[in-house]
Design a protein. Structure first.
Length: 214
């Protein structure tokens, strides 16, 4: 039996999310797909556009078999804590053998290398990180500067890559037996607000639903 796990907010659920579930079933041969999903609030601390039951229902209608709620203490936290909570929830279900996540970068080896570099936190890395933070960089930008690799810095500039790296770090920290699998993001970029793409981003989908609900 093959069981694939997905960590998501589904704020709102869109075609890209449906594609990910379909990919797990059709391409990976998953017998079941289990989703760890945020509840009433998102990682930004704001209320989700739709209630958790509606969002879970959308996922189930598109092929997911079980949706578990990610506790709010993880759902509204930093990328590292969000990822750790999601990985722990799926691992403790005792059924999931594969963790499927999306990213802009399709190179799983590169993402793993970055995750390993960040987890090491060498003295040189810590010094560069502190320096960048003192100069006014955000934490994400400071990490990209401290890693001292232009290619890796470019990867760290993309939001889904950041989460992918944190998922890999969480798998390592928790000594998880789940196998990571990276699915390259399709359609619009995360920050795109246009609905012209066949697979619009979550922000673009959110703007659309906010508009028609007024």
């Amino acid at each position: 039996m093959k069981v694939v796990g997905i960590i998501a907010e589904y704020n709102p659920f869109h075609k890209g999310h449906a594609y990910q579930i379909r990919y797990a079933k059709e391409r990976l041969g998953a017998d079941y797909v289990i989703v760890a999903m945020s509840g009433p609030f998102t990682q930004r601390g704001t209320p989700a556009l739709f209630d958790k039951y509606s969002r879970a229902g959308h996922a189930l209608a598109c092929g997911a078999d079980l949706v578990l709620e990610l506790p709010v203490v993880y759902a509204t936290a930093s990328a590292q804590i969000f990822a750790t909570g999601g990985v722990a929830l799926l691992q403790n279900a005792g059924l999931v053998d594969t963790l499927l996540f999306g990213s802009e970068c399709p190179d799983l080896a590169a993402l793993k290398n970055i995750a390993d570099r960040l987890s090491e936190e060498s003295p040189a890395y810590q010094a560069l990180l502190r320096q960048a933070l003192q100069e006014g960089s955000s934490y994400a930008a400071a990490r990209a500067k401290a890693i001292e690799n232009p290619a890796y810095a470019e990867i760290l500039a993309q939001p889904n890559n950041i989460l992918a790296i944190e998922y890999l770090g969480a798998l390592s920290r928790l000594d998880s037996s789940m196998t990571p699998l990276c699915l390259q993001r399709q359609g619009a970029g995360y920050h795109e607000t246009s609905l012209d793409e066949d697979m619009a981003s979550a922000p673009a989908s959110g703007i659309f639903w906010q508009t028609i609900r007024r």
